[in-house]
Design a protein around this ligand. Sequence first.
Ligand code: NAD
Length: 366
Amino acid sequence: MEYKVGVIAGDGIGPEIVAEARKVLDRVGEKCGHIFSYTEILMGGCSIDACGEPLTQEAIAAAKAQDAVLMGSIGGDAKTSPWYKLPPEKRPEAGLLGIRKALNLFANLRPAYLYPELRAACPLRDEIIGDGFDMLIMRELTGGLYFGERKTETVDGKVKATDTLVYSEDEIRRIAIKGFDIARKRRKIVTSVDKANVLDSSRLWRKIVEEVAKDYPDVTLSHMLVDNCAMQLVKDPKQFDVILTENMFGDILSDEASMVTGSIGMLSSASLNETKFGLYEPSGGSAPDIAGKGIANPIATILSAAMMLRYSFDLDQEADAVESAVKQVLKDGFRTIDIFPQKGEDASGIKQVGTKEMGDAIAERI
Ligand code: NAD
């Protein structure tokens, strides 16, 4: 079958890491009889240079015409790049916010998986890590506190700032459905995280999530307060499969969960809309400090491509094959510089490789 993939290579290390993800997708295509046809889309700093703005209407239309979009990263060095002399709405990052909005990407997924070979990078104690952990944070991305009305005013001579946290039942229902659907592709456990002991929006969240759960009798649902969840993530991360939560809680918890896995170069992510369409990208930025050196870790982008296979194309076996190939290269001792053992750690049997060699090694193992 043919799949249309939009490719936003972007800036900095973006083009380098996306090239390796395409290499791996092409290998999957060869092995499994699929065709991935790519359409290059400009966004970010490179679009400012070419078109004078970070995201054009043509780019949005091109993205909408695809089955999914694979992205590298956008942006440059804020201190030295001329892009940051522009007003905020003209800077590279405005392109990212614009495309998320234009494509209605309301569900953000960030897996946190600990590879046994990278245990040393995990800041948790050995007895807490146990056999490792494998969870996915499902964060609502377009509602809640970050999108509510806000104002700063002076009342009786004192400055007062207000932010509002609003969720409608429809917004909660659609993310809950995504969460349960994705749990069905995993270990079938959903932990819904809220602050229902205080917030009305959380009480509505809990009620709607419970209603949705009735359609998924094979998935186990439990509720957890956000403060407890923040503790449990470092006390017993193994207990989690899918964490389903609202925008701000998800923002904080997904960073906490990713910190316990080690390197930023390993962290994939996806943002989905109501259809099967999604935008898939590594969690890291454009890393201007290492751009063009051929040393960036392409694994997060390759794992994002695996998520695309699983969630947009329903190619679960092919996604498994990519994830297994990543596990295998780590077992075989391949490391980019960011995941190379630190001084004092055992580096026997470990070889340092660049971006291309890592991509080749993964593609060979598909
Ligand atoms: P960053 O994630 O680009 O870099 C932080 C550190 O992590 C750097 O030392 C970098 O070398 C390292 N790093 C990141 N990805 C890596 C990889 N794949 N392999 C090896 N090392 C890697 O964050 P930053 O420096 O704060 O931001 C740089 C630019 O990226 C900024 O313009 C920022 O706005 C942008 N940014 C873009 C996105 C996105 O495109 N979604 C996300 C975050 C930041």
